[in-house]
Design a binder for this molecule. Sequence first.
Ligand SMILES: Cc1cc2nc3c(=O)[nH]c(=O)nc-3n(C[C@H](O)[C@H](O)[C@H](O)COP(=O)(O)OP(=O)(O)OC[C@H]3O[C@@H](n4cnc5c(N)ncnc54)[C@H](O)[C@@H]3O)c2cc1C
Length: 415
Amino acid sequence: MDVAIIGGGIAGLSLALNLHRHGIACRVYERAPEIKELGVGITLLPHAMREFAALGLDKELFGAGIEILESCFFNRFGQLIYKESRGTYSGYQYPEVSIHRGRLHMILYTAARERLGHDRILTDHDCTGVAQDEDGVTIAFKEFSSGKAREPGRASVAIGCDGINSVVRKQFYPEDRVAFAGINTWRGVTRRKPILTGRSYLRIGSILTGKIVVYPIVDDIDRDGNQLINWMAEIKRDTFDQNDWNKPGNVNEFLPIYQDYRFAWLDVAELIRNADQILEYPMVDKDPVDRWTFGRVTLAGDAAHPMYPRGSNGAGQAIIDARFLTGQIKKLGATEAALQQYEAVRNPATAKVVLTNRTDPPDAILREVWQRSGGQRFGRIEDVISRTELEAISERYKKVAGFDRDSLKARPSFV
Ligand SMILES: Cc1cc2nc3c(=O)[nH]c(=O)nc-3n(C[C@H](O)[C@H](O)[C@H](O)COP(=O)(O)OP(=O)(O)OC[C@H]3O[C@@H](n4cnc5c(N)ncnc54)[C@H](O)[C@@H]3O)c2cc1C
């Protein structure tokens, strides 16, 4: 086998699909005994959709999700701060699509099994470590379901796509741990009638006093015109108490903040109260590291660059890693040199996104207006901040994350 892929999430499966498309033999080893449609919403920006189009999966994803028409920013009083068209509505070649994360994962998993064959996508393989010699990498596994040892895997190179708690990364960075800066979040999905255009991505409130992101992920969920609306509440407090991961959330811990977020077009507290299920988790990332490649082993996706989910970029950057790495392996073979070339370009590019997501994500627009207006209602937004300045904040983020329209159009294919 040329390439062993450790982890069958969005990064691992995208990498497998790309390698296979270019005739490079690979195998995916996934810890979970079976793949289930877990999670809530995710948004795929045009740079991610471009890479899915290259795999021939864009139409299926488009059909399973919702094309986002506009991105809107409101203060806690429901006053519109800024609105811009998105995806094809603003001249991109590719759409912006919001989708159930579990659907996306299942589409990738099904495509990978169909294209590569079932024996190339192995579940219940929990990687416990990697060892290298002159000829290749040996990967140790146990069965996740029973804890029993498994046959080791062998390949020329191994890619750790095993997510934010990566075992592969931990082997090279034993002290590795997530960074928490006092921001806790709660996520949920609610069935209700479409909000505004029914294709609007909304950010409401302020990072400083309580923000909520709201967008639809499934149309006509019940044949009664209701959509499945994804939302994520984000609150910063002076606390070291981290929320648990994916545990049912206690609505009383955060609902009071949104009690008076009641507008003609949305009652935020009602949206939260009517959720099918609420999950909590802490907002965490990791400080960027200079090195991902250690001989024949490298990292990709969240294992390499976990980031705050603030600019719809974690999965997008993972897919770009997969494409870029495929391009290097195609050019240089499944070799250390290919992994080094990949790191040389993708490491600094993603480090910028990680750091910008901490300090100046698109939501910086909300913080800026909150500060300038003293957290109060404004008369005219133009008296608080100019449209040019708002556009500049939005464009700056697009450039950092690699999806500003002109650069995306001009950029040659990674493979
Ligand atoms: C609330 C939230 C909202 C988000 N919204 C967006 C968004 O709108 N747009 C966007 O682009 N991104 C978004 N992201 C980020 C995105 O979900 C991640 O960046 C993306 O899932 C990373 O993919 P990955 O494959 O690297 O990691 P994961 O999806 O975590 O997959 C890792 C895989 O490795 C497996 N694994 C773990 N350990 C082992 C092991 N030892 N052996 C074998 N397998 C193992 C796991 O079971 C899993 O299947 C969001 C994240 C969160 C938390």
